[in-house]
Write a protein that binds this ligand. Structure first.
Ligand SMILES: Nc1ncnc2c1ncn2[C@@H]1O[C@H](COP(=O)(O)OP(=O)(O)OP(=O)(O)O)[C@@H](O)[C@H]1O
Ligand SMILES: [Mg+2]
Length: 295
């Protein structure tokens, strides 16, 4: 079990209280969101495009200050931190997988993974390289350590980004649609990595996704609409998530079209509704593409 001296005992890993974020004079991107995520939980944040999911993640991770409300990481109120303290907290206690990957193309894969440790003041050298290699091994990419990101596939890059987000052993990992551009088997490999970080390392993971198959890997799904939290599901399964999104889709034709398009794309890829996760997991084990994941 993970222990962190800095974390107040009993505090949620992440707690948002009445978080609002407005940009300019328009409608708020986030509108009074309250959400508590206990340690060791895997949470999916879902909702239509523009509903505020990325904004929620950026505010929760201290990348952006909310207009109102409080964000606490392990009991620390981010508003009480000066810029330098916030930078330290982000560096030491948070991992972030961006919607666009943010790998540094001038660095090789191993150097990309060690970057957060170097920024945190660690000395480069064998020990650091060994840590990066262990992280890359866990995502099945130890043999690509010397390649640059441009030589990797989209799924491999995504796994490097996850290795990088986990390398500093963060309390909370935020991942913004890390599987959006991946085929179902590769996506399942990435989700299995995040699941393992929760189950085996006691991490807390907050995952933004549009995909009911991805949400089914999590412990809880919460639903955003126009910046507000409008529902949640415990132990979400794919059918339950589709239904929850479908109920909301009924309220607006745009969402309904989005959902239908997603379902069609899934069918076109040969993913059967209702069996997607298990199929993907089976395919994963069979394909052996993520040998390190199944270890
Ligand atoms: N930096 C910004 N400046 C102005 N408006 C912004 C900014 N970032 C986000 N917004 C607005 O806030 C709202 C929520 O955006 P956000 O990116 O959080 O949505 P999202 O749910 O992540 O959408 P998607 O699924 O398309 O990624 C949108 O209306 C968006 O235009
Ligand atoms: Mg987004």
């Amino acid at each position: 079990m993970m222990t962190t001296a800095v974390t107040e005992s009993g505090a949620a890993a992440l707690a948002l209280d009445g978080v609002t974020r407005t940009y300019g004079g328009g409608a708020p991107a986030l509108d009074g969101v309250s959400l508590a995520v206990p340690r060791g939980r895997f949470v999916a944040v879902m909702g239509p495009s523009g509903s505020g999911k990325s904004t929620l993640l950026r505010c929760a991770a201290g990348l952006e200050r909310p207009t109102a409300g409080t964000v606490r990481i392990g009991g620390t109120d981010l508003a009480t931190l000066k810029a330098s303290g916030l930078t330290r907290l982000r560096r030491d206690r948070i991992g972030f997988v961006f919607q666009s990957l943010n790998l540094v193309s001038a660095l090789n894969v191993r150097e990309n993974v060690t970057l957060p440790l170097l920024l945190a003041g660690a000395r480069g050298g064998r020990e650091l390289d060994a840590r990066a290699l262990a992280g890359l091994d866990a995502v099945g990419l130890a043999d690509r350590a010397d390649d640059t990101p441009e030589h990797l596939s989209g799924g491999q890059r995504q796994r490097v980004a996850i290795a990088r987000a986990l390398v500093n052993e963060p309390e909370v990992v935020f991942a913004d649609e890390p599987t959006a551009a991946l085929d179902p088997v590769t996506a399942a490999g990435v989700l299995a990595l995040l699941r393992r970080a929760v189950d085996e390392r006691g991490r807390t993971v907050v995952l933004v996704t549009h995909d009911p198959v991805a949400a089914a890997w999590t412990d809880e799904a919460v639903f955003l609409e126009r910046g507000r939290l409008v529902g949640r599901l415990d132990h979400p399964d794919e059918a339950g998530v589709r239904e929850a999104l479908g109920v909301r889709a009924g309220a607006g034709p745009r969402e309904a079209r989005g959902l239908r398009a997603g379902a069609d794309a899934g069918e076109a890829r040969g993913v059967r509704a209702g069996a997607g996760v298990r199929d993907a997991r089976g395919a994963l084990a069979g394909a052996g593409r993520f040998g390190a994941v199944a270890r």
